[in-house]
Design a binder for this molecule. Structure first.
Ligand code: KIV
Length: 292
């Protein structure tokens, strides 16, 4: 049975830590289904890790929709949250249209959007329409050109603003809020004051839960381990080693072997070959082979 928002609220009330991980495709979702991770985020980080772009800004609702559907086909247990992309919730009407598509056509159980006091009325509008919303504060990647890619809320004014944003998101009806790249003591102070779960990423250990990007925690890149993450495996290295071994074995004719394919009765083959030319010679002395 799929985890519901009520389950999440009960886990939170019991003080259980909430784990969330991003996923973008069917296979990853199937792997997550083998764990007890209750929350999946189809994040607009797919702009970087799937599409190879340098920010989340070009991601569209159609992109998130495509990946949300693929994830939903692979997972039966986790609650799936899909990101509302840049400028798709700039007005309440566009927010309703975008979120409605992700829920109705994509099948996710909640959407996530970035911002605090200024987007609170939009959150309220979505929640009133029956669309569960997760907030996202601190470093909000869709505003990277305004706020810079750095830890947010380090001075008293900005920390106060973040607290006000967190309360606004909660009052507007969000069921949880992501806190990204904010100082750990500030994340702890917010977590202690809110009555909805805080899900941290680069926000220290005191949040109600944690969200991480699939590619970061599984070590898919050889050159990139941001401070806020940890490699729990080195799958990129393992994949590169395996692929090179595959190439070596194909090149040296160790793979595939007869064991990797079907047999055929010799007489049946001989019958099938009747009337065809004999095998070509593969010798380099064969005049048909052009000189290299
Ligand atoms: O898009 C994403 O992956 C996110 C997480 C980093 C929270 O928003």
């Amino acid at each position: 049975m799929r985890v519901s928002l009520l389950d999440i609220a009960q886990r939170y009330a019991r003080g259980e830590r909430l784990t969330m991980v991003t996923a973008y495709d069917y296979t990853s979702a199937r792997i997550i289904d083998r764990t007890d991770i209750p929350l999946i985020l189809v994040g607009d980080s797919l702009g970087m890790v799937i599409q190879g772009r340098d920010s989340t800004l070009p991601v569209t609702v159609d992109d998130i929709l495509y990946h949300t559907r693929a994830v939903l086909r692979g997972c039966t247990k986790a609650l799936v949250v899909s990101d509302l992309p840049f400028l798709t919730y700039a007005t309440q009407e566009s927010a309703l249209a975008s979120a409605g598509r992700l829920m109705a056509e994509g099948g996710c159980q909640s959407v996530k959007l970035e911002g605090g006091v200024t987007v609170a009325p939009t959150i309220r509008r979505l929640v009133d329409a029956g669309i569960p919303v997760m907030g996202h504060l601190g470093f909000t990647p869709q505003s990277m050109h305004q706020i810079g890619v750095r830890v947010q809320g380090k001075d008293a004014n900005r920390a106060r603003q973040l607290l006000a944003d967190a309360f606004a998101v909660q009052e507007a009806g969000a069921w949880a809020v992501v806190l990204e790249l904010i100082p750990a003591p500030l994340a702890e102070a917010i977590t202690q004051r809110l009555s909805i779960p805080t899900i941290g990423i680069g926000a220290g250990p005191a949040c109600s839960g944690e969200v991480q990007v699939w590619h970061d925690i599984l070590g898919l890149y050889e050159d990139h381990t941001p401070r806020h993450t940890h490699r729990f495996a080195s799958l990129g290295d393992q994949a590169a080693t395996a692929l090179q071994e595959y190439a070596d074995q194909v090149g040296s004719q160790r793979f595939p072997t007869a064991a990797h394919s079907a047999r055929m009765d010799e007489q049946v083959l001989a019958e099938a070959l009747q009337g065809f030319a004999p095998p070509r010679s593969r010798s380099t002395e064969d005049p048909e082979v052009p000189p290299s």
